[in-house]
Design a protein around this ligand. Structure first.
Ligand code: FAD
Length: 387
């Protein structure tokens, strides 16, 4: 059961959600970054909600963070996905303790006091999705005690609004991959406005260019593959399914409201009384139930059983696969209920239709999830049948 603080946070986020919904059409149609939404999020202090309590944040755990993200996505998916990268990056650092504590504390201070915005920028045109193991073409070379970063990142959500990015770069002359905390006030950081997507337009996932950007040695914060202990699955990436679940819930709500109201003169009542419409409503609700149950049961396990996190990779991947594909299915059903009006530029369903497609191309991708499950099954298989 939610305590008073949780309830208070949820109410605040519901207010933000409703405000964002009013702006969502304009954000989508203009394709501009939703600066007003981010000003509201910063005023609410939302950017520091996953910062640990000892550094002045609210210390939200994964479960609490996902609930709020799902709610925000009902108002505006692009804003939710964007701020989800930020909150999740901070949460991951808080959980993993993978940085020098002083560097993490300094970053937390900037998030708490200035609502500084951060994101991981890993994708490049040359590597494609970094989850497939490509080595970044962005280079880091050590010169006079500083790292000099050169390269271009693609799909950098919130590029124009970021204060910091966590940039993956190949350490010159090696196969090592470093992660560098880059301050965007630094000379040589530029945005190339390449984002011209049909989907999640407000994320402004533009290219980021790093041209001879100088980074102090302590801001070489991590090296990939160098973490002590087993590789840590990324629970924070569940903000992706939470976001698309939120969008799908909004689509379902819209279709149900429409069905309750729309009454063509060929019928004695609204279309909600038509058995086929009821079947589709039931199918949407069933799909949402499945997604929500699996999302929050896995998130709960992540929170309650930290010792098992290292073994949760397949579970996390399954949640992402199920929730994002179900989201596409739910929006499809919602559009079938509403009919041709759902294709109107004035109907939010056509935006949801475009936005949920992005879920299929956020990590991990469907084929990688299926491959993971096949490998798991084959690994454990002991032939018992002989011919
Ligand atoms: C809205 C949105 C926001 C995003 N925000 C960010 C962000 O903030 N930061 C960030 O770093 N990234 C971000 N991304 C990028 C995202 O995480 C992916 O890296 C990106 O979408 C590219 O994935 P892809 O599968 O299309 O590309 P690719 O990896 O190029 O794959 C394209 C196709 O090629 C095939 N393929 C490629 N390589 C392999 C392989 N090794 N094995 C098998 N098949 C392969 C697959 O069929 C795949 O479908 C964002 C993406 C979106 C859509």
């Amino acid at each position: 059961m939610a305590d008073d603080q949780q309830q208070g946070r949820l109410e605040k986020v519901i207010q933000l959600r409703d405000q964002f919904y009013k702006r969502s059409k304009e954000v989508d149609q203009s394709g501009d970054f939703p600066h007003e939404n981010f000003a509201d999020l910063k005023n609410a202090g939302y950017l520091s909600w996953t910062v640990p309590k000892q550094y002045g944040g609210l210390g939200l755990n994964l479960y609490e963070y996902l609930q709020l993200q799902e709610e925000l996505a009902k108002g505006d998916g692009a804003t939710a996905l964007s701020v989800g990268w930020h909150l999740g990056s901070v949460l991951e650092l808080a959980e993993n303790h993978s940085w020098e504590e002083a560097i993490f504390r300094d970053l937390c201070q900037r998030v708490v006091h200035e609502q500084a915005l951060i994101n991981r920028t890993a994708t490049e045109k040359g590597t494609g999705s970094p989850t497939r193991g490509g080595i970044p073409e962005t280079q880091a070379s050590l010169q006079g005690g500083h790292w000099i970063i050169n390269g271009r990142k693609a799909f950098a959500s919130m590029a124009e609004a970021l204060d910091y990015s966590l940039v993956t770069a190949r350490i010159e002359q090696t196969d090592r991959i470093g992660i560098f905390l880059v301050d965007h006030n630094q000379e040589g950081v530029k945005v190339d406005p390449t984002w011209n997507s049909a989907s999640m337009r407000g994320t402004r996932s533009d290219d980021l260019i790093f041209q001879n950007v100088s980074v102090s040695s302590e801001h070489f914060v991590e090296e990939e593959g160098q973490r002590v202990g087993p590789p840590a699955p990324k629970g924070w990436l569940l903000h992706i399914p939470a976001c698309y679940l939120g969008i799908a819930s909004a689509a379902c709500r819209y279709a149900v409201d429409f069905a309750s109201m729309y009454q063509p003169n060929s019928l004695p009542g609204p279309i909600k009384e038509v058995p086929e419409v009821q079947r589709k409503i039931g199918e949407m609700e069933l799909a949402l139930f499945q997604s929500r149950e699996i999302l929050y049961s896995v998130a709960n396990r992540w929170v309650q059983q930290p010792d098992h996190r290292a073994d949760m990779g397949a579970e996390l991947a399954a949640v992402k696969h199920i929730a994002t594909n179900q989201a596409v299915h739910v929006v499809d059903l919602a559009m079938k209920i509403v009919g041709a009006r759902s294709l109107s530029r004035d109907c939010p369903l056509e935006r949801y239709y475009r936005d949920v497609r992005s879920g299929l191309h956020n990590p991990p991708m469907d084929d990688a999830v299926i491959k993971m499950f096949a490998a798991k099954s084959l690994q454990g298989s002991q032939p018992t049948v002989t011919s």
